[in-house]
Write a protein that binds this ligand. Structure first.
Ligand SMILES: C[S@@+](CC[C@H](N)C(=O)[O-])C[C@H]1O[C@@H](n2cnc3c(N)ncnc32)[C@H](O)[C@@H]1O
Ligand SMILES: O=C(O)C(=O)C[C@]1(C(=O)O)C=C[C@@H](O)C=C1
Length: 242
């Protein structure tokens, strides 16, 4: 059984910025399931998209892989020969747990777990690239260059799955979606203190864009076929096809 997330349950005197350290890695499956509406649907859909888009002898990338939930779903749905998965994260604690998690399943597909900044790695011969709630943590001024490198690393017909926390361009709707997300967290057992402390800790590190900003940036990166395939409150997922 994964451990339950109590990280923000007691008052924290010096809150600091949220980071993906050992404490977060230890409770991550519970945290993300209770915090991100639609998370498990998105993971399943990444498997379906992989089954459609993976090409023989190509690479699949899971950028900001955390414990490897998307990697495992990609691997499970991969039937093409000669493919490998490159799963990257810059948190050593996350990668250590990802290694154990992935080793608990049988598979012939090679997975390279790489500890690196996703802005620094080469992307080549890719048929599927996944950024599942990772781009939002990259400094805004580095986002377009990363997407441009992904575009150039994809083979024609390849796909990028981009899941993000969004903000809405309309202030009234934005407030509503944030309130509904907080209702979702309450329904999943988080207290008012947990919700407000986590919100404050994330403020400087998770900087959401509007779906329109994502579309425009993806177009500037080169993608001509872009749309939202899923949204629940202020969380959603887009596909961009080369
Ligand atoms: C919300 S989690 C991603 C969840 C995961 N993709 C999943 O589907 O379960 C964000 C992850 O991105 C990683 N991350 C953030 N910035 C990064 C960077 N510049 N390079 C590599 N990994 C990064 C964090 O360590 C964290 O594990
Ligand atoms: O809890 C929140 O409010 C979130 O924004 C959820 C979110 C995310 O979107 O990445 C933030 C940090 C944790 O990694 C898990 C989920």
């Amino acid at each position: 059984m994964p451990s339950k997330d109590h990280i923000f349950a007691a008052p924290i005197a010096e809150l600091g910025d949220f980071c993906f350290d050992q404490k977060v890695a230890d409770v991550f499956p519970d945290m993300i399931k209770r915090s991100v509406p639609g998370y498990s649907n998105i993971i399943s859909a990444i498997g379906m998209i992989t089954a459609r888009f993976a090409r023989p002898h190509s690479r699949l990338y899971d950028l900001g892989c955390s414990l490897g939930a998307a990697t495992q779903e990609m691997r499970r749905n991969l039937s093409q020969p000669g493919c490998s998965i490159i799963a990257v994260d810059n948190s050593a604690a996350m990668l250590e747990r990802a290694r154990g998690h992935l080793a608990s399943f049988r598979s012939d597909t090679r997975v390279d777990l790489i500890e690196a900044d996703i802005c620094d790695i080469a992307i080549e011969n890719a048929s599927v690239v996944v950024l599942n709630f990772t781009l939002q943590f990259i400094a805004p001024e580095r986002r377009e260059a990363l997407l441009t490198r992904i575009y150039h690393g994809l083979n024609p017909g390849g796909v990028l799955v981009l899941s993000e926390k969004f903000k809405s361009a309309d202030d009234t709707v934005n407030e509503l979606l944030i309130d509904l997300h907080h209702d979702f967290k309450r329904a999943n057992g988080y207290s008012e203190l947990e919700i407000s402390q986590k919100r404050n800790a994330l403020e400087n590190v998770l900087r959401p864009d509007t779906p329109e900003q994502h579309r425009e940036r993806l177009a500037r990166a080169g993608f001509r076929h872009v749309d939202l395939w899923f949204q629940c409150f202020n969380f959603g997922s887009m596909v961009a096809i080369k």
